[in-house]
Design a protein around this ligand. Sequence first.
Ligand code: PGA
Length: 244
Amino acid sequence: MNIIQCNDSKEVALISYRIFKEQLIKKPNSTLGLATGSTPILLYNELIKGSQLNEISFKKVNIFNLDEYVGLNSEHKNSYAFFMKEYLLNFIEIEDNHFHIPNGTACDLIEECHRYNNLLSSTKIDLQLLGLGENGHIGFNEPNTSFDSTTHLVELTENTRKNNSIYFKSINDIPTHAITMGISNIINATKILLLAIGENKAEAVYNLINGPIDVKFPGSILRNHPDVTIILDKEAATLINKVK
Ligand code: PGA
């Protein structure tokens, strides 16, 4: 694993941007795996700037998002489809049918998992972006998810729902379930870039790098992948530096 420590979240975004830029210049029709949450927002700002300056182009790119809440449609302001429009898609030139995300309002959610998984199987993600949950989740693959898992329906842990509650009016509004790419889908990507920002991620980052490779901490599987880069701000790196 390649670990890059930065001074702050702005630097995390700038270095991540360089990695995306390199990828899109090398392969303009790249397939990108993208994430939601607070971590990638500054990077998305850089991607928007970069495309407006014509440093990069999304015209031939395909995007596959990691996950979506069950019960929220793409017009719901808390859905991840809406998040992607608000923070990236509305500001870049991308073909409508090149953005893919599970449909959390599908009538048959299991069928929807199969549909999304088949789409993922028909391509190969060149660069997968990840955040990291305090409990080690990647995507919504919560602790004890099989490393062999494919796209599936998941019940969110209380910890995850609590952490995401800042985006909702009340805890009761937070969906209890989501559809997520599985760990095997994530690991299938050619290159993986994981970002972690803030002191609340320091313990998870420590476990990711030093803990056992175990389903109890889903992110630990990344240590078996041949091309993973982790970019951290100072706060997220606190514990790994203490122990050195
Ligand atoms: P965050 O979420 O970016 O909002 O911290 C990351 C995650 O839980 O995967």
